[in-house]
Design a protein around this ligand. Structure first.
Ligand code: CMX
Length: 444
């Protein structure tokens, strides 16, 4: 058993009694109420999911296993001469809750290297896609194709004790995560470069190898490390994480769950927003003939976008109520590495202009930038200009958090997810009853 798996096993054994006690002794304790607005409005803010991998505070932003993003980036071990930590270290942190040392990270890197090789049929499935297929459709299908490899599915068929479900789930999750960068790079080279794939380099870590397979020089390895880590998790209620959790809750294996997660991520209000930002900036740049607009010109462009019924991509959030620390972290990187980049200057200007416009419009609850306002610009700077591909990059990162959650879901025996729906008639009846009771109370 690897060091990671053994530590995880011990953590699971320690944790299980906590969940069992909560359920057995406090199962009836009321945690939250739900309003009509929340039922119609996408269950916003309803506390009804549990995860220990990350927590999103509306004012502070995301914490991974209790650590702020800045602490994560500072404390995780880094490759020599790199600014950004190993992604494999984050995997250790997510699964065990412990900040790993160099040796523990090396152990995970070795595990991942052993699991990287893609079966031939994955390439063939990607090659068989018709021309102009979206890369997210290819990515999701390639993952689905790998489902035949699932240990969990095989073990379930032959019979396995419920308490051991996490073990083949762990094997599936690590096998899949190790393969995702290779799938993504293959799609990129095939679709956009019409080039032969670049062989994996056995000496490199996950993100370093990804940069190598993309054919992009340093510091793109660090850009990839940063990108995968900041996108890895954002607690469990967002569409991609929730989809992964929901699909897995029926005991679908990680391949089925992560393919579903990718499909949820592909929507323009979620993961696709990072490419929408680029598309939107490009259309403005074209209008401006390559000149950086004045603040007034940009303000007008933002208003035009809003008045035409579109959202301003890269701004707003369902939970956050301040600037996303994932945005701030990428901004710090950009100020250091690409301060004079043409598009970065736009992003800077948007930061000055958009929040006030959104406040003036008065609809968005959070007028501040989110992760997507900045990530595409960095990719563009380092030569990945095919912005349809950006959500695939997001997906490689997000799969890490979702897989960690699925392993723990199985370890703690979380059941199939099944909220209750009601009809509009029923909801109106509930509202009427509440109004009548209210009147009776007022008159008595
Ligand atoms: N531009 C224009 N209008 C916005 C807006 C924005 N950036 N953000 C919110 N609004 C609008 C909403 O569309 C909604 O309008 P209606 O009442 O007409 O439906 C109103 O403000 C209230 O929305 P909200 O409660 O503030 O935000 P939601 O929780 O409903 O939605 C989000 C959150 C992210 C979908 C929304 O802010 C948005 O569409 N942002 C732009 C797209 C984007 O950047 N998405 C990426 C988010 C990060 C991620 O998940 O990857």
């Amino acid at each position: 058993m690897s060091g990671l798996k053994e530590t995880l096993y011990n953590k699971i054994e320690e944790w299980r009694p906590r969940t069992q006690k909560l359920l057995r002794e406090y199962g009836d304790v009321v945690v939250d109420n739900i309003t009509v607005a929340q039922i119609i409005g996408g269950m916003r803010g309803v506390k009804s999911l549990i995860t220990d991998i990350s927590y999103l505070d509306p004012m502070e932003g995301i914490r991974f296993r209790g650590y702020t993003l800045h602490e994560v980036f500072k404390q995780l071990p880094k490759p020599p001469d790199s600014e950004m930590p190993y992604v494999e270290g984050l995997i250790y942190l997510f699964l065990t809750g412990d900040m790993p040392n160099d040796e523990q990270v090396e152990d995970v890197i070795d595990e991942f290297k052993k699991r990287r090789t893609l079966p031939r049929y994955v390439y063939e499935v990607i090659d068989a896609f018709p021309c102009c297929s979206p890369p997210m459709a290819m990515f999701s299908s390639a993952i689905l194709t790998l489902q035949r490899e699932s240990f969990f599915a095989k073990k379930y068929k032959t019979g396995i004790n419920k308490t051991d479900y996490w073990d083949p789930t762990y094997e599936d999750a690590l096998n899949l995560l190790a393969k995702l960068p290779g799938i993504a790079a293959y799609i990129y080279n095939k679709v956009y470069k019409k080039a032969d794939p670049i062989d994996s380099n056995p000496d490199l870590d996950m993100a370093g190898n990804f940069a190598h397979m993309m054919g992009i020089d340093k510091p793109y390895d660090d850009v990839s490390r940063m990108h995968f880590i900041i996108h890895a998790d954002h607690e469990s209620g967002n569409v991609s994480a929730h989809t992964g959790h929901l699909v897995a809750s029926s005991l679908s294996d990680p391949y089925l769950a992560i393919s579903g997660m990718i499909n949820g991520l592909a929507g323009p209000l979620h993961g696709l927003a990072n490419q929408e930002v680029l598309r939107w900036l490009q259309s403005l740049d074209e209008k401006m003939g390559g000149e950086i607009p004045t603040e007034d010109e940009l303000r007008q462009f933002v208003w035009d976008t809003l008045n035409s019924g579109h959202v301003v991509p890269g701004f707003g959030h369902a939970v956050l109520r301040k600037t996303d620390p994932r945005y701030s972290l990428q901004r710090e990187f950009s100020l250091k590495h690409l301060p004079n980049d043409h598009l970065f200057q736009y992003v800077n200007l948007l930061f000055k202009v958009v929040p006030d416009v959104l406040k003036e419009q008065g609809k968005a609850k959070n007028p501040w930038p989110n992760v997507d306002a900045q990530s595409g610009v960095i990719q563009w700077h380092y030569g990945v200009r095919e912005y349809d591909f950006y959500t695939v990059l997001f997906g490689v990162g997000r799969a890490i958090g979702v897989c960690a959650n699925i392993i723990w879901d199985r370890a703690l025996g979380y059941p199939i997810e099944r909220p209750k729906s009601i009809t509009t008639d029923m909801l109106e009846k509930i509202v009427n009853e509440v109004l009548v009771n209210h009147k009776v109370k007022e008159n008595s």
